[in-house]
Design a protein around this ligand. Structure first.
Ligand code: SAM
Length: 279
């Protein structure tokens, strides 16, 4: 018997269903159920919440989420080979686990869930950042989800929580910190995964703020930040000149020296600039 349920150990599940890891699908599995339970707990109280999990694979984290009391888990998995393994979990937790086979980038799984919704996932590295940006950039705020608890490569996790002044600070930090509280809650060495990836990993927990930290139009802020960090070595008066003929004045009004570089500018000041550029 495993630590958290009556299902077979994950190594047996993987062997029984021939789930050899595929690199193209970012498959680095977590087989230690104590660890998956710990990640599930990092998402806070799951009882009464619907949980979206992207990429359940053989189901280690899925089992953690259910054992920790999630009202319902919707798991979206691209690899059809995982479905029989996941079916065993569906049967062990009647009515609480739904599995959708498909590409998380093409489906809109959040539409299948009822609030409060938490997203918890050991994300495939190849689509993790794209999914995070989508979750962070809905047109209206607050979003349908309450929190995101996500495993990334450590370097990506550092970019999400980075403060101005360093190399890690960029578009992800601004988008995440503008409308969320974001912190790294766990770090994992490569050996925690099967097969081990080349780099360390970290879990980031993001909580949606009831309203953005500073007022700004989401599309305009997105454009400003994309232009600023696309040419991060340039001075802002040059990298942003396409946004307005009067960009030097607008930068100054926002309290930003036109000669500064993107990585020196706080989220608050980017918002002050975006407010002047809003349509
Ligand atoms: N959750 C499992 C665990 O922690 O052991 C597996 C995590 S593994 C890092 C990423 C999982 O995402 C794999 O099962 C992979 O097949 C799946 N995946 C990859 N790309 C996907 C996509 N576009 N949509 C949905 N699932 C995807």
């Amino acid at each position: 018997m495993s630590a958290i349920d009556d299902l077979p150990p994950l190594r047996e599940v993987i062997a029984a269903h021939g789930l050899s890891a595929r690199k193209a699908l970012g498959q680095n599995f977590l087989l230690d159920l104590n660890l998956t339970a710990k990640i599930a707990r990092a998402a806070g109280d799951l009882s009464g919440a619907d949980v979206l999990e992207i990429g359940p694979g053989p189901g280690g984290l899925t089992r953690g989420l259910l054992a920790e009391g999630a009202r319902k888990v919707l798991a979206v998995e691209k690899d059809a080979r995982c479905l029989p393994a996941l079916r065993q979990i569906v049967e062990a937790y009647p009515g609480r686990l739904e599995v959708l086979q498909g590409d998380a980038l093409e489906l809109d799984p959040l539409a299948h869930l009822n609030p409060p919704i938490k997203v918890v996932a050991n994300l495939p590295y190849n689509v993790g950042t794209e999914l995070l940006v989508r979750w962070l950039t809905p047109r209206t705020w607050p979003p349908v989800w309450q929190s995101l608890t996500l495993m990334f490569q450590k370097e990506v996790a550092q970019r999400i929580v980075a403060q101005p002044g360093g190399k890690a600070y960029g578009r992800l930090a601004v988008l995440a910190q503008w409308r969320c509280d974001a912190r790294v809650v766990m770090e994992l060495p490569p050996e925690a995964f099967t097969p081990p990836p080349k780099v360390r990993s970290a879990v980031v927990h993001l909580t949606a703020l009831p309203e953005p930290r500073y007022p700004a139009d989401a599309d305009t802020l997105g454009k400003v930040v994309a232009a600023a960090f696309n040419q991060r070595r340039k001075m802002l008066r040059s990298s942003l000149k396409g946004l307005s003929p009067d960009i030097e004045t607008l930068l100054q009004n926002a309290g930003i020296a036109p000669t500064s570089r993107a990585e020196e500018v706080s989220v608050e000041k980017f918002c002050a600039l975006a407010r002047q550029l809003a349509p």
